[in-house]
Each structure stands twice: as C-alpha cells, then as structure tokens.
Design a protein around this ligand. Structure first.
Ligand SMILES: Nc1ncnc2c1ncn2[C@@H]1O[C@H](COP(=O)(O)OP(=O)(O)O)[C@@H](O)[C@H]1O
Ligand SMILES: [Mg+2]
Length: 363
C-alpha cells in the first residue's frame, strides 16, 4: 500500500448514483483510486463511463452517494468547491468574452483580493508559461481555438492549485493543434509540478501523455498502471480491446512444463506461454496478442493461417489472417527495409508468437 503522503487524491469505494428519468444511474460504483502528487494521471474510458462524474466529485460540484474522497489525506466531502485546492479546465474554454485575455487570467486572483501589482506579474508569468506573451490586451474572440484553450489553462493555473482537473480539454481542437497541445500540456505539468488529472476517451492521447492511466468502464476502474503496463499487460478483455488493436484467442491451458505453459487453441494448434493468469491446468482461457508481437513466415512450426487481406500503411503492413473460420488474426509488420510485400493474398502461412507476448486475460 502506498503511504498517504504520496497521495494527492484518494477515492475509497467512491460511489455516485443519479436519479434519472429512466431510474437510477450508477455513474461510479465503489471506485478505489490513488492519484499521486505531481503525476500526470489520466482517466480513460468510453463516453458515459463516469469520468466527468469523478472529476466533478473531486472539484466539489457533486456530492458522493457513498464512499470517501480524500485530498492530501484529509476527507473533503464537507468542503465547498472554492475551499478545495483544485481548478478545472473544460472542453469548452468558458472564457469571459467581454474581458481581455489578461483579465480572464487574473480573474481568480482578483476574486481572492490579491494586490493589483501581484496580479499583473502573475498574469504575465502565466501568459509566458502558455506561450501567449503580449496577448494580454486581446479579447478571446480575437484568438484561435488553440490560443483560447491556452488562456483557459493560464487562468486555471494562475492561483496555483495543487491539482488541475482537465475534462477532455483537447477534443474541440483539430488534429495538428491537438498534437501540439498534447506536448504543451505535458511540458506544463512537468514545469509546474502540479498534479494533473486528465480525462479523455482517446487511447492514443492517454498513452502518449500520462504517467499513469486508470481505464474505466461503466462506473468501474478496471485497471490502473503506466502506459506500458496498460498496453503490454492488460488484465481484462475490455482493456486489451479498448487500448490499441489486439488479437483474442480462446482455448485451454493444457500443460505445465518446467519453465513454460502450453495452450491448446480452439482454432487448432498449440501456443507456448509464460504466464497462467492464475488458472488451473485444464481451465478455459482467453489470450491476447498484440499485432506487432506476431510474425508470419512461409514455413516453420507456427500456427497455420491464411492471408485474407494485406493493407499497406507506409510505415507498416497489416496482414489480416484467418486461423480458422471463426478466428481472425492481424499481424503488423514494420517496413524497415522498404521492400514491397513479401506475401500475397490467399497464401497459406505460419504465425509465430513469442511466449512473452502472450497475455492471459482474467475474463
Ligand atoms: N446529472 C446527472 N443526472 C443523471 N445522470 C447523469 C448525470 N450526470 C451524469 N449522468 C450519467 O452518469 C453516467 C456517467 O456520466 P459521465 O460521468 O458524464 O460520463 P463520461 O464523462 O465518462 O462520458 C452516464 O450514464 C450519464 O448519463
Ligand atoms: Mg465527460
């Protein structure tokens, strides 16, 4: 268990139930979670899984139906939003249109009654931090979408919150700007040392930006880990499927050997693996294999497969195979040599998967 002092935010069996017109909605269902100080923590999951609800509970805009929420080790349920060391950045920038950029950024400090000179200096510093030097006198409608989002960030950072909550802040931006802002946000987080809790439904965004990710589904946190852990060691079918492309194979744990395990696949053939996922010999299992961890060859001892389609992507080529009628399988081959496709559609091939690339899922 982690020590309490490391935790910026801790949720213990946190539950939120809404009374909707169609009955009760369990937006959060006994969520346990620790967000460490100074980390870039991402809540990742499909629309409706409870991400915004969790942020709103942390910010104090909603009250929990059950469980506990702690900040810095202290229960905060009773504390109103303005007494929590937290600020939020929304997808809609929510800037005040009648105020200048500088007035927007300084607004929170103004409300706190800080001296004018201090506000001026802090606003300058914040605008420099988000690379908007000299833009202070403009109005929001004289800025691009990306610049407006930077103003919203500067405003949220101005009164030095301990935690910054970001609810899909990049999803209104176009692709290129979004990529730029991903790097910017990451830089801002490491420069300020503020704990970022970032919400997205975009798996690539989560993988590239986060120190740790919590994958959510239907009000539950399914897995928490670093991007590598989540991508390379998914524990459930949902996580394996939601993050990146994955091949799922069903079968049976058929044999235990001295240093490895053998799986008998429903599609035919045997696979050697290293982990048993806590299963007994004979148990039914679902295995996950990433497309880039498998290779195809013309001969050898791999699984028998037939090439249905070859898709060339420039950097890689995707081979869509079939192990049998029910079992599709994708192999992704990186085009290092620049050679054209080595295989052709309809060809019978062999698929080899290294034992350490096989994950045994828990459901
Ligand atoms: N104020 C509310 N009243 C009723 N249901 C709500 C309310 N807010 C959210 N919900 C429901 O709670 C679930 C989680 O919503 P939300 O946290 O907004 O998901 P996400 O941000 O992951 O898309 C959804 O089913 C949503 O419809
Ligand atoms: Mg949301």
């Amino acid at each position: 268990m982690e020590s309490v002092s490391e935790a910026a935010i801790e949720a213990r069996r946190l539950t939120k139930v809404f009374d909707g017109p169609g009955g009760e909605v369990r937006a959060l269902d006994n969520v346990d979670l620790i967000i460490r100080k100074n980390e870039f923590f991402t809540l990742l999951g499909p629309s409706g899984c409870g991400k915004t609800t969790l942020l709103r509970l942390v910010a104090g805009f909603e009250q929990p139906s059950g469980g506990e929420l702690l900040m810095d080790g202290e229960a905060i349920a009773e504390r109103p939003p303005h007494r929590r060391p937290v600020n939020t950045v929304f997808q809609s920038y929510a800037l005040f249109p009648h105020m200048t950029v500088a007035e927007n950024v300084g607004f929170g400090l103004e409300m706190m009654g800080r001296p004018r000179e201090e506000i001026g200096q802090r606003v300058e510093r914040m605008l420099a931090l988000v690379k908007l030097e000299g833009m202070g006198p403009r109005r929001p409608n004289q800025l691009s979408g990306g610049q407006q989002q930077r103003v919203a960030l500067a405003r949220a950072l101005a009164n030095q919150p301990k935690v910054l909550l970001l609810d899909e802040p990049l999803s209104a931006l176009d692709f290129k700007l979004r990529k730029e802002m991903q790097i910017e946000l990451k830089r801002l987080q490491s420069e300020t040392g503020i704990t970022f809790v970032f919400v997205t439904h975009d798996q690539e965004e989560a993988l590239t930006m986060s120190d740790r990710i919590a994958v959510m589904s239907d009000g539950n946190v399914l897995q928490i880990g670093s991007p590598t852990e989540i991508y390379e060691h998914p524990t459930s079918r949902f996580v394996a499927d939601f993050i990146g492309e994955t091949n799922l194979l069903t079968g049976r744990l058929s044999e235990r050997m001295a240093s490895s395990l053998r799986f008998e696949l429903d599609s035919g053939g045997l696979l050697e693996g290293q982990e048993d996922g806590g299963n007994e010999t004979g148990a039914r299992v679902t295995l996950a294999v990433r497309p880039e961890r498998a290779e195809i060859s013309r001969e050898g001892s791999g699984l028998a497969a037939r090439i249905e389609q070859i898709v060339y992507f420039g950097t890689d080529t995707h081979y869509h195979l079939r192990l049998d009628e029910q079992t599709p399988f994708v192999v992704r081959h990186q085009n290092r040599s620049g050679a054209t496709s080595r295989f052709s559609q309809g060809e019978e091939v062999r698929v080899t998967i290294s034992p350490d690339a096989i994950r045994v899922l828990q459901d």
